[in-house]
Design a protein around this ligand. Structure first.
Ligand code: RP5
Length: 230
């Protein structure tokens, strides 16, 4: 158990920059200058990439500080997915829902992903949102390890514009469902809105928030005016 916890900590997004710094220090003593500078460059790349995620990756809304629960688990296959997946996190924040966001890959860090899912279940998680790109099996892998609802968000991809991610996420064989959202930011935001609707079934305050959100949205559409012809 202690071992498990340790390996989970090691891969926490917030811990990675320290790890990168450690990588930087050790070889500096013995390695030749060229190797040292390569390591330094690598370390700063890793550190920079992860630290931009670190700021927002683990966040809990005020409401659940009382219960200590982390209601939504947001996971993405790579830190490069954060620009899209932050929309899911933002929507959680807007609805005052506690969440934890992590970059964990189904194929690059499968053990840590499994440990995180189990840990989130213990911490009161009620739904997962999983975003990945390309041969995107992350949401299916998450859904296979929990009976909590798991929503898939296909990432836009370089060559196929997310069509590969969409098909890989949505085409789950019978038995393990992955309700799949639209490709990209809209899908990420909608995944949280789907979780909100789910929570609203048993939480009257959440129901009211969702109704208010819808009313404001309608109002905005109705207030908007089309531009005049020139
Ligand atoms: C997937 O591969 C990730 O979800 C991401 O969308 C894509 C590219 O990952 P990086 O090469 O940017 O890490 O696993």
């Amino acid at each position: 158990m202690a071992m498990k916890k340790l390996s989970l900590k090691k891969t926490t997004v917030g811990k990675a920059p320290e790890k990168a710094a450690a990588v930087k220090k050790t070889p500096e003593k013995a390695a030749p200058a060229r190797l040292t500078s390569t390591v330094r460059r690598l370390a700063s790349t890793v550190s920079g990439k992860v630290s931009s995620v670190k700021k927002t990756a683990v966040s809990k809304a005020a409401k659940d500080k009382t219960t200590g629960k982390v209601v939504v688990g947001i996971v993405m296959g790579s830190t490069s997915d954060w620009d899209v997946m932050k929309e899911a996190a933002q929507m959680c924040r807007d609805f005052d829902i506690s969440y934890e966001a992590r970059a964990l890959s189904a194929h690059r860090s499968p053990t840590e992903l499994e440990e995180w899912i189990a840990d989130m279940e213990k911490r009161g998680c009620q739904a997962f949102i999983a975003g990945a790109g390309g041969a995107a099996h992350l949401a299916g892998v998450v859904a296979a390890q929990t009976i909590l609802p798991t929503f898939g968000v296909p990432m836009p991809s370089k060559y196929m514009k997310g069509l590969d991610s969409l098909l890989a996420t949505v085409q789950m064989p019978k038995g393990i469902p992955v309700p799949t959202m639209a490709i990209g930011e809209a899908g990420a935001a909608n995944a949280t809105l789907a979780v909100v609707a789910m929570l609203a079934l048993t939480d009257p305050a959440m129901r009211k928030k969702l109704l208010d959100f819808r009313a404001k949205q309608s109002e905005k559409v109705l207030r908007a005016r089309l531009p005049e012809l020139k």
